[in-house]
Design a protein around this ligand. Sequence first.
Ligand code: PAF
Length: 283
Amino acid sequence: MKIISDIQELRDHLRGQNRASFVPTMGNLHEGHLSLMRLARQHGDPVVASIFVNRMQFGPNEDFDSYPRTMQADIEKLEKEGVYILFAPTERDLYPQPQEYRVDPPQQLGDILEGEFRPGFFKGVCTVVLKLFSCVQPKVAVFGKKDYQQLMIIRRMAKQFALPVEIIPGETIRAEDGLALSSRNGYLSTEERAEAPELQKVLKEVRERVLQLKDRTSQSISEIEKVAVASLAGRGWQPDYIAIRQQSDLAPASNEQLQAGEPLVILTAAKLGKTRLIDNLEI
Ligand code: PAF
């Protein structure tokens, strides 16, 4: 595997490759990332991965400084997966001058859910992803469904800018007890790690209630959300949101849409101690 930090050198190496398959990451790779590498291999060749902890998508009180950086272990994992190039730019490589041009996703998608609790997050994500696409010029790029809103925003960005890249979604990989794999799981204490699968359990309970709603109109979707938030809070979590939304655009779902069979998704973000976890479940 070639490890490249310089944009020009990356372009020289990829010259003439028009089927490259790209997986952008922030490193600290786990089985979820590696499943995206395997998916990338099914959709193009060569596979290019990137590792870049993107300061621009972290808020001032977030974990940019403490975000786990495990480059040597990551390199070994990517080599085993047969990744052809690891693009690992420094901040100076990727942002040689202050990044004054930025991609601002539409408010109705970028400022809700994660965007409401992490202002500017999707601006930072879209800007770096557009820049990484411009460096790698892949035919396809793979993003995990665990970051459901991110996946949707990037898909729409690619479409609106007519970027010649196909966005492929990768399924969420979970531990045996149901916890979605995430680099931030490493922050959890032993007790918190034992409690963490509760997040997925609550999502499953919400799904059951929503499906029961199909036959009844007595309870509303927002009541189900409130009950779920209270249930997590009662166990010591600090939930940011549990939201039942339309899969098509993440707008709030109504009972009528549910009756009409509109595909829905439940999204959640909640803090357990100091660790903020996100997850989602499609209905
Ligand atoms: O999902 C991530 O790891 C990051 O948001 C991404 C897409 C690599 C952009 O920094």
